[in-house]
Design a protein around this ligand. Structure first.
Ligand code: ZN
Length: 104
């Protein structure tokens, strides 16, 4: 397997957790100097696998309404994957045209 240690800019490539898709991190080599990323074949496969799995869990849901407030039901697959429990607190962040729900 090819090992990357030097970047084209002369910086050192260090093993790092990089975001392959928003919220999904995988291992790659990142240049300390310019931030350039390099994946080994194995790292690329792992990153693609994680990306695929992340996409599989993307679902659509209709918003409900209770007492004049909108309600979003969390699908079982998401509940299990994120190990969520009823009564648990989550934070809701609005970013451009996205709503991000994170366990608090
Ligand atoms: Zn570099």
């Amino acid at each position: 397997m090819k090992r990357y240690t030097r970047c084209e800019c002369g910086g050192e490539l260090k093993l790092a957790e990089v975001e392959v898709v928003p919220g999904i991190k995988s291992e790659a080599y990142r240049c300390e100097k310019c931030g350039e990323m390099e994946f080994t074949e194995e790292q690329m496969r792992e990153a693609l696998r994680k990306k695929e799995r992340a996409i599989k869990i993307m679902v659509t849901r209709k918003l409900g309404e209770i007492g004049g407030s909108l309600v979003l039901r969390i699908p079982k697959s998401v509940e299990n994957r994120m190990k969520l429990k009823a009564g648990e607190e989550v934070s809701v962040t609005v970013e451009k045209n996205k709503i991000i729900i994170e366990p608090a």
